[in-house]
Every structure is written in structure tokens, then in C-alpha cells.
Design a binder for this molecule. Structure first.
Ligand code: ATP
Ligand code: MG
Ligand code: MG
Ligand code: MG
Length: 564
């Protein structure tokens, strides 16, 4: 491309309303332009980068065996009524009606549409598994669109959906997708971490997010480079509901504190032998009640499902969280206003014992013990909401780092949530009708562009990794319109690079060198070659890598080899 055909529309000043560096630089470089809140036009330069990301994502999806389709962006409300999400989704869903007053929404995601497609497309287990993806514009009426395309209302997402006969088959595709995501983000040159994620309202068994590490990220993630442990801190926030979900535990009993004085009392109320494990203590009370808890003895917070709130250690679910008065860790004897003494048995083979001491300022404070029956699959607990940098990891290896992350990908094992409610079934080996099991896999294609800039910039602008660069090489001729020799060399280099399929931008604007160099740095092209009369006198060109501080002189003859 020549700049005369491919306009560069850089801004000199930093736009005042852009808070984060990627938003500033994308506007400044002319990659995007705001149309309305959360809506952006991608200019030629921005679109080239977006397409780079899109293609890497597409290639790795194809490599992983997913098949591309394209679903409508506008979806009928009926499908959302079937899944129950028309009422659940809330104001992020842009609801629209057509000329006949039929209701539709602009798709924020496509579980309903794909489930509808598959239920008529697939009828036998022999056709499974399937994994379909699309790369398509979504709309979410975000409560606070911000940071440009990082959190926009309209954005480009790759969404994939897989259907299976068994959870084992889903697990296998899930692992393939996990691996494909790692390839995508590695190829794009991003510094990222996969982390365990909250399943949110979707339920299901497993979920991972992929986060690009950046201070401007909106999530806190905790990970350790010397262990496999990594999780989104938000994951812990919904644990209590997982904990008390009756279908997850066979026995869940409650008892009133006044009856419990000793470990044996507790065991009696729970109707279990004192040696059996009680893994969770839940305290509930009226809003003005105060509960004091003390955990003493050696304990591993993660294992005993306790959380720290401002240094206060309490059980996970605490109805009157804000009323907790004082708790000190590991100080036997300092009880505060103690009424009762409770002991929680943590008889895990590997876990040390832990004592809870609990007191309440009034009667009617309830303590519930939740007893997980041993042979049931246990939900995973990773209570890391208030861990700080340097805390040991939950798996006992290494220390935790808490960093800000930008969520660029999210994979989910959905189970039968949609297939059940929308009646997506196949005939199994025995000729019986069986609900399919489902997974979904999203990548924020447009968000990746912004998150990459968050990681790769300096005072002069963007520094693209090769995989995302709109052009690999910039040719910067000085006096292109005046010097026949400069023009000849520039045109020849331009053609040679194009013949080698190296994407090159020739700046034929005839502007001041300073302004030209500033633009080329700002838009972040990895390699720059300056062609000037002065250099050509000695058969030399000037080469500068975007990441190098200074330019260097290269032989005219070697220029192409130098870049290759
Ligand atoms: P977030 O937590 O940032 O709101 P999400 O969890 O709601 O994201 P998902 O439903 O998991 O998003 O969608 C898949 C991917 O789409 C996300 O991982 C993210 O990269 C991207 N994405 C979601 N919302 C936006 C948005 N408003 N703007 C740009 N990309 C988005
Ligand atoms: Mg969201
Ligand atoms: Mg999220
Ligand atoms: Mg998500």
C-alpha cells in the first residue's frame, strides 16, 4: 500500500475523553472513530489489525476441528422465551420489535440460535460431536461502555458451540478448545494467563477465562508461575450459592446455635458421627446481629472454606457479613463476646484440624453445617477473593501474584442448560432419546486489539507484535516527489517486498521527515526503512526497528535480506 491510497489519519493531540492508553492510541492512530457511546467505526488501519486477529482465531478454530457457520445477528424473542433468558438477561439485551410488533433482540451471544439449529440438524448420536463457530458482531447494552473497543456495545466475537452425547466427550472438546485458545493468544504475541472462572448464572461444571495481563484490566486474577494454580478472584464470589445448592449435597441440615455447645452436640444435630467431615459452616442472622468468630489452630483457609474480610475470618456464606465485629486468626483464647463454642471437624487426611469459636450478641443467630457426603463430586473451592500478592498458593506450590487482567476469552462447559430447556435431543446407542451436552467458547476479537496495545506501547505510540501489525515494513522516502533516485529505490524496494509477500506501506506523502517518522512510530509498524539522497550517495539505507532506540545504517543491497 501507498499512503496516497491508504490514508493515515493520525491525530496530534491525545483525545481528552480517552482514559486508557489503548483507547488514546487507537483514536490517535486513526484506527477507530467514535460514532456514539460504545459504537465505533474501524478505519482502514484498524480494520487491517482486526482482520489479523480474526484470521489467527479462524485458523486455530479450523485446526482444532471447529466448523465455521454464520448465524443472524437479530434473534427472535421466542427462542429466548424457550431458554428462559428473555426474562433473566436484563437490560444488556437490546430488545427490538419489527413492523408487525414481533419481538426480537440483537444477539449478545448465540446459545439459543445454535441450539435451535442443532436440534433440527442433528438427530443421531452418530452425528456427534459437532463444534460450530462464527466470527460475528454482537451487541450488549453495557451499563458502562468504556475504554473504546475494550468495552464497547457493539463488538466482534468469535463464538463456538459444541454438542455431545456425554460429559466425557464434552470434556475432550473442552480441552481441545483450551489448547486452541493457548495457541491463538501465543501466536498473537500476548502475555496472557488462563484462569479458572466463575460459572455465573450459567451453571455447568467447568469454566476458564483467558486474561491479558494489564493494569487497566477490570478483573483481578491470582496465579503463580511456579504452580498450575490460576483463578479469577470473582470466582469465589458466587461460591456460597454453589455450596448450598441442595442437588450438590445430599444432606444439608441446619441447627440453632443455642443447642450447640460441644462438638458432640454438633454431631448429634447433624446426625453424623463426630469423625465425619463437616466442611462448611454458614452463619445467618438478622441484620443487626453481631457474630464473632475465631478460627484457631493450624488451618488452611482454602480447605476450611473460610474467607477473609478486612482481616476478619468468617465462613463463606455470611448473611450479616458487614456486622461481623472482630475476629483474630490463630489466637486461642481471645474470644470476644463469646456465647458458644463450636468445633468444625476438618478431618481431611492431609488437613490440620481447625477450631471455630463463635459468639453472637443475640439469640436467633443460625449456624448451618453443610455436610458433603463423601462420594459425591465436590465443588471446587478456591476462596481467593482477599488474597494478596505473595500469599502461598492454594495448591501449596509457590506464591500468588495478584494482577489485573483483561478477559479476552472464555470457555464454558454448559452441560444441558440450553439443550434441556430447548429440547435438543438425539437418539443414543440404545435408540433412546437423550438430551445433548453442550459447551461454548468465546473470544473477544475486537477487545484483543485494544488489550494488545495496553501491553505494547511507548511514549511514541503502538508497538505491534508481528502477528497483529497492519504492515510489517514502512518505507520512508525523503523527497519522494523531488528526487528521482529516491523514488526509484523506494519503488523498487516496495515491489520487491510485495513480491515476497511482505506487507509494506510506502509513505509517499512528501511531508516533513519528523512528522512522517512520528506517524510511522505512532501506528506501530515493526520495521522502518528511510531512503534519502544522503544515504544513497554511499549506497546506504537507514533501518530502524520499532523497538530499538536508534536507527542503523544498512547496505542498499542487503536491505531486503535484513528485513526477511
Ligand atoms: P466481561 O466480563 O468483560 O463483561 P463477559 O464475561 O460478559 O465479559 P462473555 O460473555 O464471556 O463476556 O463473552 C466472550 C468474550 O467477549 C469475552 O471474554 C470478552 O473478550 C468479549 N466481550 C464481552 N463483552 C464485551 C464488550 N462489551 N466489548 C468487547 N468485548 C467484549
Ligand atoms: Mg459482560
Ligand atoms: Mg466476564
Ligand atoms: Mg466471560
Amino acid at each position: 500500500m501507498k499512503v496516497s491510497q491508504f490514508p493515515i489519519s493520525t491525530l496530534r493531540d491525545t483525545p481528552a475523553d480517552a482514559e486508557v492508553i489503548s483507547h488514546q492510541l487507537m483514536l490517535k492512530a486513526g484506527m477507530i472513530k467514535r460514532l456514539a457511546s460504545g459504537l465505533y467505526t474501524w478505519g482502514p488501519l484498524g480494520l487491517r489489525v482486526l482482520r489479523k486477529v480474526e484470521n489467527v482465531v479462524r485458523e486455530e478454530m479450523n485446526n482444532a476441528g471447529a466448523v465455521e457457520i454464520s448465524m443472524p445477528a437479530v434473534q427472535p424473542a421466542d427462542l429466548w422465551h424457550e431458554s428462559g433468558r428473555w426474562d433473566e438477561y436484563g437490560p444488556e439485551l437490546l430488545r427490538i420489535s419489527d413492523r408487525n410488533n414481533r419481538e426480537f433482540c440483537f444477539g449478545p451471544t448465540h446459545e439459543e440460535v445454535i441450539t435451535d439449529y442443532i436440534r433440527t440438524e442433528v438427530s443421531s448420536y452418530k452425528q456427534l460431536p459437532v463444534n460450530y463457530f462464527q466470527i460475528q458482531t454482537k451487541f450488549r447494552d453495557e451499563v458502562r461502555p468504556r475504554f473504546g473497543v475494550m468495552r464497547s456495545r457493539e463488538f466482534l466475537m468469535k463464538d463456538a458451540y459444541s454438542f455431545h452425547l456425554t460429559p466425557e466427550c464434552l470434556q475432550s472438546t473442552y480441552e481441545d478448545m483450551f489448547a486452541a485458545y493457548q495457541k491463538v493468544f501465543t501466536r498473537l504475541g500476548l502475555n496472557f494467563r488462563p484462569v479458572e472462572a466463575d460459572n455465573g448464572s450459567i451453571g455447568g461444571n467447568a469454566s476458564h477465562e483467558f486474561h491479558v495481563l494489564a493494569e487497566s484490566g477490570e478483573d483481578d486474577i491470582a496465579f503463580s508461575d511456579s504452580s498450575d494454580y490460576a483463578a479469577n478472584i470473582e470466582k469465589a464470589a458466587t461460591l456460597p450459592s454453589t455450596l448450598v445448592r441442595p442437588e450438590a449435597s445430599q444432606t444439608m441440615e441446619s441447627f440453632d446455635t443455642p443447642n450447640i455447645k460441644t462438638i458432640d452436640d454438633l454431631a448429634q444435630v447433624m446426625d453424623i458421627p463426630a469423625t465425619q467431615q463437616i466442611k462448611t459452616l454458614i452463619v445467618e442472622g438478622e441484620d443487626d446481629s453481631t457474630v464473632v468468630l475465631l478460627i484457631r489452630g493450624d488451618h488452611n483457609l482454602n480447605e476450611i472454606k473460610a474467607e477473609k474480610i478486612d482481616g476478619v475470618i468468617v465462613p463463606l456464606t455470611f448473611a450479616t457479613e458487614e456486622k461481623i465485629e472482630a475476629v483474630t486468626g490463630s489466637k486461642p483464647g481471645s474470644l470476644g463476646p463469646v456465647g458458644l463454642e463450636l468445633r468444625i471437624i476438618a478431618d481431611y487426611a492431609t488437613q490440620p484440624m481447625a477450631d471455630f469459636v463463635c459468639g453472637a450478641n443475640k439469640e436467633g443467630v443460625h449456624l448451618k453445617g453443610v455436610n458433603w457426603v463423601r462420594d459425591l463430586p465436590e465443588p471446587e473451592f478456591q476462596d481467593i477473593r482477599n488474597v494478596i500478592n505473595g500469599d502461598p498458593s492454594p495448591d501449596g506450590k509457590g506464591t500468588l501474584q495478584i494482577r489485573r487482567g483483561i478477559e479476552v476469552g472464555h470457555i464454558f462447559q454448559l452441560g444441558t442448560k440450553y439443550s434441556e430447556s430447548m429440547n435438543a435431543k438425539v437418539l443414543n446407542e440404545n435408540g433412546k432419546s437423550q438430551v445433548m451436552t453442550m459447551g461454548c467458547y468465546g473470544i473477544g476479537v475486537s477487545r484483543i486489539v485494544a488489550s494488545c496495545i495496553e501491553q505494547n506501547n511507548d511514549e511514541n505510540g503502538i508497538i505491534w507484535p508481528a502477528a497483529m501489525a497492519p504492515f510489517q515494513v514502512a518505507l520512508a522516502p525523503l523527497n519522494y516527489n523531488k528526487s528521482a533516485e529516491v523514488k526509484a529505490v523506494a519503488d523498487k524496494l516496495y515491489q520487491e517486498l510485495r513480491d515476497l509477500n511482505i506487507e509494506v506501506l510506502l509513505d509517499d506523502r512528501n511531508i516533513r521527515p519528523g512528522a512522517m517518522f512520528a506517524d510511522l512510530e505512532l501506528i506501530g509498524i515493526p520495521h522502518r526503512i528511510v531512503i534519502s539522497d544522503r544515504g544513497l550517495k554511499e549506497q546506504k539505507l537507514e533501518y530502524k526497528s520499532r523497538t530499538a532506540a536508534d536507527a542503523e545504517s544498512v547496505e542498499l543491497e542487503d536491505a531486503i535480506n535484513f528485513i526477511k
